[in-house]
Design a protein around this ligand. Structure first.
Ligand code: TYM
Length: 332
């Protein structure tokens, strides 16, 4: 089986529906046909301010949501990034092969650093994509399923892998991004031209997987639309309605035209009510299962430890080859 790798930051108490549609739903299906690795990237989360005890909790919560959404720890390797030290080690190595200008061209870095200002922008934020390259390359990954916003980071990963291979001999498999067309970007319900994000400014536009489902239903009912009144996909002129249609289609597996037909001649109220029901019935079982898993953190920690052991075996093999190829004297 070809190898697949992906991860999410434990940057909030709950994942949002963009993480669910853009990543988790794909992961769940893909784990059947790939040798899949899914990490909770806690080292990446350190690039944002964090309360230490909250970070631990968020890490467990993120892992619990993976499992609740259908990632099976017996089938896929589901682990916490910092449990496998090779990630940080390879990140250092790859940093020596990454250009300063090259890293500076990452749009996510440019956006975040211009928001934070020079002094609040850490070196860690700058090297974030290098750590991400280490995650992926350690496992000789063939494909990386992600949302649209991570595409540039995967391209950098490919460049770094090719550079290493050219300089030191074939070592890394060069990975391909795997990006779903329509659902690759879910927008904020209150500001449907901005990506929905765990760190959004207002809560009203974000649907959280672990929220009380009735709360999510209310947010759907209050989502921004337009004054035309017809349920029709038109990204340019009707971003709000189009976003809701994409969510509807992704969660039900239906095609957008069939949903448009169903709601033809009916108002936005009906359409939103329909979508609210879809969201509630999708989220309810996932939420219940996640909360159940979080009731027994010791068992969850055991599962994560066993999976980290599996990951470490693969990671250490790649790291050893890298050290050899680069001429580091090995401890005997
Ligand atoms: P993160 O934690 O920001 O997001 C996790 C995944 O969710 C996707 N996503 C979305 N998809 C659609 N619509 C949205 N509004 C939306 N918001 C987020 C992201 O594209 C991502 O797939 N750098 C990564 C984590 C990472 C990683 C890796 C991923 C670290 N190492 C190695 C793949 C491979 C990140 O910040 O994801």
């Amino acid at each position: 089986k070809a190898r697949l790798y992906s991860g999410m930051q434990p940057s909030a108490d709950s994942l949002q529906i963009g993480n669910y549609i853009g990543a988790l739903m794909q992961w769940r299906d893909l784990q059947e046909s790939y040798d899949a690795y899914f990490s909770v990237v806690d080292l990446h989360a350190l690039t944002q301010p964090n309360d230490p005890s909250e970070l631990r909790e968020k890490t467990r919560r993120t892992a619990a949501q993976y499992i609740a959404a259908g990632i099976e720890p017996a089938k896929s390797t589901l682990y916490v990034q910092s449990h496998v030290p090779a990630h940080a080690e390879l990140a250092w190595i790859l940093g020596t092969l990454t250009g300063f200008g090259e890293a500076g061209r990452m749009t996510q870095f440019k956006d975040k650093s211009s928001r934070y200002g020079q002094d609040a922008t850490s070196v860690g934020l700058f090297t974030y994509p290098v750590l991400m390259a280490a995650d992926i390359l350690l496992y000789q990954t063939a494909v990386v399923p992600v949302g649209d916003d991570q595409k540039q980071h995967i391209e950098l990963t490919r460049d770094i892998a090719e550079r290493f291979n050219a300089r030191y001999g074939e070592t890394f498999r060069v990975p391909m991004p795997m990006i779903q067309q329509e659902s690759a970007r879910i927008y904020d319900l209150q500001n449907p031209v901005a990506k929905m994000s765990k760190s959004a400014e207002t809560d009203a536009g974000v649907l959280w997987l672990l929220d009380e489902p009735s709360k999510s239903a209310k947010k759907v009912m209050r989502a921004v639309t337009d004054s035309e009144g017809s349920v029709r996909y038109d990204r340019e002129n009707k971003p709000g309605v189009s976003n809701l249609l994409v969510i509807y289609a992704a969660l039900t597996g239906r095609q957008i035209p069939s949903i448009e037909d169903e709601y033809a001649g009916r108002g936005y109220g009906d359409f939103k009510k329909g979508l609210a029901d879809v969201v509630v019935s999708e989220f309810e079982p996932v939420r219940n299962r996640a909360l159940e898993l979080l009731d027994d953190p010791a068992e969850l920690d055991r599962v994560l430890a066993a999976n980290a052991g599996r990951a470490e075996t693969v990671a250490m093999e790649t790291l050893g080859t890298v050290y050899d190829r680069m001429g580091l004297l090995r401890r005997r």
